[in-house]
Design a protein around this ligand. Structure first.
Ligand code: FAD
Length: 300
């Protein structure tokens, strides 16, 4: 609710051209400082035998020596599966118990011939998040359904219309709309394959109910199910925050109280950041900054 109200009150920040522009800008900055970025380089192992992180080993066997290692993937995979030896003892047990949750996002990207035609809409109304759920109870039931491996019905849906403030996204007069359901089950009874089209139709119908004519304005659509995103983005459980953002694993408790400082007890020169670390996920980069400060603190 706060998130939604804040967008309407204060506006929102959108990198021109979409999210990739933000990544591209960060890469340019890193390269400007002499850094190098390698993609398609899957890390299979973080070598910390002897109690100090000294190298990462890629799929295919290439070993990259390092004076420090900063992980930016989901922290359970990093410390329980890639770290050699894996985090053990109380720290390992507590991290293993951190929970991702089964309620994740399902997306439908659509191209439209016009903006969602909300009756009585004023200029500026398309600038923020547009929520299509009628009651908080509906939203609550949606999350409960997802935790129980069921598709929510009705489908809580929200949408953004970024082409309103970024004319590089669509030809003049046309628009891009992204629809998201925040309570789609990752693990769903019946599987996503056979249910994705009907579920996407239900999301579109939610918008149609508040913007009659929306469905007819759609010229193309692309569905991104949780299964699709888990594979494409290497998100275990398809969670964009890697771990659930429940109160027991937020801020100084994320991912666990003892690991919230971005260092790893018993392993020198290993730092963690990313969505599953403190304070929380998202694109603001707070966890990366915190990890960088820890690393700098340890420099002689
Ligand atoms: C629909 C939707 C809307 C959202 N809206 C917002 C919003 O408005 N504001 C906001 O702040 N956040 C938002 N989020 C959340 C935000 O996108 C995520 O929390 C954020 O992108 C997580 O970034 P990250 O870098 O920590 O992790 P990731 O994006 O998961 O990046 C980790 C990278 O590491 C790679 N990787 C994984 N394993 C390995 C390996 N073994 N070797 C090498 N590479 C590996 C992955 O391929 C991935 O590229 C949204 C998410 C969704 C799905």
């Amino acid at each position: 609710m706060f998130w939604q109200a804040a967008y309407h009150l204060f506006g929102q920040w959108h990198p021109r051209g979409g999210s990739q522009s933000l990544t591209t800008a960060l890469i340019h900055r890193l390269q400007g400082w002499g850094g190098q970025v390698r993609t398609d380089a899957v890390v299979e192992r973080i070598d910390a035998r002897g109690g100090t992180a000294t190298a990462v080993v890629l799929q295919g066997g290439e070993r990259i020596k390092a004076c420090a290692v900063v992980t930016a993937i989901d922290v359970q995979t990093a410390l329980l599966r890639l770290l050699d030896p894996p985090l053990a003892g109380r720290d390992g047990v507590e991290l293993n118990a951190a929970h991702p949750g089964n309620a994740v996002q399902m997306l439908v990207h659509v191209a439209t011939a016009r903006l969602p035609p909300y009756p009585g809409a004023r200029e500026g109304d398309w600038d923020g998040l547009q929520a299509h759920g009628d009651t908080l109870e509906e939203l609550r039931r949606g999350f409960l359904s997802a935790e129980g491996r069921q598709l929510p019905d009705p489908v809580p849906t929200y949408c953004f219309t970024p082409s309103v403030y970024d004319n590089s996204l669509a030809p003049t007069g046309q628009h891009t709309v992204y629809l998201a359901c925040p309570s789609a089950p990752y693990d769903v009874q019946g599987g996503w394959q056979d249910q994705q089209e009907a579920f996407a139709d239900a999301m579109v119908a939610q918008v149609e109910a508040h913007a009659p004519g929306f469905t007819a304005s759609i010229t193309a659509r692309h569905i991104r199910t949780p299964t699709f995103m888990a594979k494409e983005l290497r998100w275990p459980g398809a969670h964009p925050m890697h771990l659930d953002i429940s109160l027991d694993q937020l801020a100084f408790l994320r991912p666990t109280r003892r690991l919230a400082g971005h260092t790893v007890p018993g392993v020198h020169k290993l730092y963690t950041c990313g969505a599953s670390t403190a304070p929380v996920g998202g694109i603001a980069g707070s966890s990366g900054k915190a990890a960088a400060l820890e690393l700098l603190k340890a420099q002689p």
